[in-house]
Design a protein around this ligand. Structure first.
Ligand SMILES: Nc1ncnc2c1ncn2[C@@H]1O[C@H](COP(=O)(O)OP(=O)(O)OP(=O)(O)O)[C@@H](O)[C@H]1O
Ligand SMILES: [Mg+2]
Length: 347
């Protein structure tokens, strides 16, 4: 989806609240026959109460794997190779499987990319959503049905009582995603992870679903992690943005700073490759839309140094040797780039 809405100004500076979610030095590696794929390799980010954090980056940068790791749902052959995931101050990586199961869907919920595959085709909407309440909240069937009807109405589904008995195949793509959102909100979670929640939908439906998500996030003061490769979507939705590249974080800041004063060469390239209505691509200027030349590195034995060095217009010899560490460059603004003053380690 194309959007040109960059936030106009930084939000007022207020005392930083304790983060609801804090991911520290997260490492998730896939042990394949070819070797170890370092899909997520030392990632840090945090989500404050009642805010939307946008995680952006090219395909394969590790956005999905790092959000699945939050719920300890990374598929085999992935292994958690290190780090901490602190939710309300407690490390989720140290929790027992039963403790995680009690948390999933109740305190932390997920909205998946493809509603067609994330809903179970053989159960009615009422049965599969109600089961969550019966399991987590020990609700009776009648209580569960009443709550499901309330949530279906809240996400804009008409005649919600009749939908209880319908099956996923009887609903349109947009309706299925509304059901996916209702399912995520059933137990009033404090954190919702939304991984590309609109990319499987057509453009007009995408806009409606994003509006619905933004409205619900504000209304319930939930925290949300919105994973997307679309800068237009984060511009509309996120108060802060973390930019990922090849399994690491390049830059994090509030949305206005990312759009108006990006520091990392990759963030700049990402923004330049985004269509804007204040640039002419077809008029007298006829400037072609820039692309980022080259491809992300293979995460099976990635090259040493900065992961972006061979595509970076500013790369210096040390960028090929030293891995830049995340460094503060302004209030709430961090960058991992030797050319912006980051410390580098041999790796
Ligand atoms: N089953 C797997 N086996 C081996 N490597 C995997 C597997 N699944 C993911 N990976 C690796 O993890 C990396 C990150 O994948 P991830 O799905 O998190 O990317 P993403 O940023 O969500 O991309 P997209 O925008 O396409 O959804 C990929 O580049 C890939 O190398
Ligand atoms: Mg993904």
């Amino acid at each position: 989806m194309l959007s040109t809405l960059a936030p106009a100004s930084s939000p007022p500076v207020v005392a930083a609240p304790a983060p609801l979610l804090q991911v520290r030095d997260l490492r998730v590696h896939f042990h394949t026959r070819e070797g170890v794929v370092r899909a997520v390799d030392g990632v840090d980010y945090h989500v404050n109460p009642a805010e939307t954090l946008g995680i952006v980056g090219e395909s394969g940068s590790g956005k999905t794997v790092s959000s699945l790791a939050t719920l300890r749902l990374v598929p085999p052959p992935a292994r958690m190779a290190g780090g901490q995931i602190l939710f309300e101050g407690q490390d989720l990586l140290a929790k027992k499987p039963a403790e995680m199961a009690a948390l999933r869907g109740r305190r932390i919920a997920m909205i998946f990319q493809n509603p067609a595959t994330s809903l179970n085709p053989i159960y009615s909407i009422g049965a599969q959503l109600g089961e969550i309440l019966m399991w987590h909240e020990k609700a009776s069937r009648a209580e569960a049905d009443a709550r499901v009807v309330e949530l279906l109405g809240l996400v804009g589904i008409s005649d919600p009582g009749a939908r209880l008995r319908q099956f996923p195949h009887e609903l349109s793509g947009g309706m299925k995603q509304r059901v996916g959102i209702a399912r995520a909100l059933l137990c009033n979670p404090s954190l919702v992870l939304a991984d590309e929640p609109t990319t499987a939908l057509d453009v007009t439906i995408q806009a409606q679903i994003l509006e619905l998500l933004a409205d619900l996030q504000k209304r319930f003061r939930m925290s949300m992690v919105l994973v997307t490769h679309d800068m237009g979507v984060v511009a509309r939705m996120a108060s802060r943005i973390t930019v990922m590249y090849a399994g690491r974080v390049c830059e994090s800041a509030d949305a206005a700073t990312i759009f108006n004063a990006p520091r990392h060469p990759y963030t700049r390239a990402l923004l330049e490759s985004m269509p804007r209505i204040d640039h002419s691509y077809t008029g007298a200027a006829r400037r072609p839309l820039p692309t980022i030349a080259g491809r992300p590195p293979n995460l099976l034995n990635p090259p040493p140094g900065c992961r972006f060095h061979d595509r970076c217009p500013e790369a210096a010899p040390e960028c090929r040797r030293l891995l830049p560490l995340e460094t503060p460059v302004g209030p709430g603004h961090t960058v991992s780039c030797l050319k912006r003053g980051s410390e580098g380690i041999a790796a």
